[in-house]
Design a protein around this ligand. Structure first.
Ligand code: UFG
Length: 336
């Protein structure tokens, strides 16, 4: 049985990926510093899978602790989620973002190099494309200057991994996520935003639940059919499964280059107003919303061309937008 280290394994995407890994028999070790997650997620994962993953509370910025973790654990592959992810916060505190997101990555890669551990999956983001010139976005689209320090950590992260693959023979895959939403069918794990949500779907569900008074729709004067911005919203369970496919590609040595990147989205763009409509249809909730000014830094439209990911990863999305929105709502209701 292969042992996979999942950093940030108690977070939103990490926890769903741990469930999928355990479901197909991988032995999972989680590292998480609980800075943006709750320890009770470990129990929720255990309830879903019937098996408790090994857990270590480690801050990956602590090089010595990282080293001693690897001294005592034998690892066959790493899925690296642990990172700060709030775009606005990264603009306020860039150094925290560079220290955490880049520092932890470098320490992990150094341990992999020194101990000859192979197989690395990196959480990247469609943010690397900025506003792409052509839609849907393929993996060949040029990388645009980052809009935020957060986005920059993803770009720099990919470069660091690429250089390491070249110099040290590591095999790695960067998955460029579009917009992950929804919750596990069991409704035992989901997204746990701290404070006021910055992302659309948690804001939508909290508004429907009466925690927020009104949803602000940021701009209706974009060059899109209804004037609101378009994104590619992917069910988090589909996204989690893409990690399993990528990991198996590396473990089975099916990768074509030692550094590869894939777009992980649905291939369909949905506007903010379409999301509101779809949410109301899927849940029979009525959403109180108003149109406000554009949010600074937002792009008009981003959705994935998933042809390469579908073919190379032998993976495709299985869940609908309605299922994703319904599960997000059930998860919200379950938080009472
Ligand atoms: N939106 C609203 N109201 C809200 C929140 C969001 O109208 O209260 C709109 C945004 O303007 C945007 C869309 O909903 O058009 C989606 O916004 P999110 O914040 O949910 O997602 P983003 O696409 O802005 O952000 C995502 C990831 C980031 C990543 C970024 C790159 O969450 O990690 O894509 O573009 F950096």
């Amino acid at each position: 049985m292969k042992t996979i280290l999942v950093t940030g394994g108690l977070g939103f995407i990490g926890s769903h990926t741990v469930v999928e890994l355990q479901n197909i028999g991988f032995n999972v070790i989680i590292i998480d510093d609980l800075s943006n997650s709750k320890i009770r997620v470990l129990d929720s994962i255990t309830e879903i899978t019937g098996k408790k993953p090994t857990f270590h509370k480690i801050d990956l910025r602590n090089k010595e602790t990282v080293k001693s973790f690897f001294d005592t654990n034998s690892i066959d592959g790493i899925i690296h989620f642990a990172a700060f992810k709030a775009v606005g916060e990264s603009v306020q505190n860039p150094l925290d973002y560079y220290e955490n997101n880049i520092g932890s990555l470098v320490y992990l890669l150094q341990e992999m190099r020194d101990r000859k551990i192979d197989n690395f999956i990196f959480s990247s983001s469609c943010t690397v494309y900025g506003q792409a010139d052509e839609l849907p976005i393929t993996e060949k689209a040029p990388i645009k200057p980052a809009e935020s320090p957060y986005g920059n950590t993803k770009q720099i992260g990919e470069e660091i991994i690429k250089d390491t693959c070249k110099a040290n023979g590591l095999n790695a895959i960067a998955l460029r996520y579009f917009n992950p939403i929804g919750a596990h069918d069991s409704v035992k794990i989901g997204e746990l935003p701290l404070g006021v949500p910055q992302n659309l779907i948690p804001y939508v569900t909290q508004t429907a639940a009466g925690i927020r008074e009104q949803l602000s729709v940021f701009g209706d004067d974009y060059d899109t059919p209804d004037g609101t911005a378009i994104r590619d919203y992917i069910h988090v369970v589909d996204l989690a499964k893409a990690h399993i496919s990528a990991l198996q590609r590396l473990l089975n040595k099916e990768n074509k280059n030692n550094f590869e990147c894939f777009n992980v989205g649905t291939g369909t763009g949905t506007s903010v107003l379409e999301i509101i409509q779809a949410f109301e249809n899927a849940t029979t909730q009525k959403l109180n919303y108003k149109i406000v000014e554009r949010r600074e830094g937002d792009i008009t439209s981003a959705y994935a061309d998933t042809t390469i990911a579908n073919k190379e990863l032998n993976w495709k999305t299985e869940k609908t937008l309605e299922e994703a929105l319904k599960s997000a709502w059930e998860w919200q209701e379950n938080q009472k």
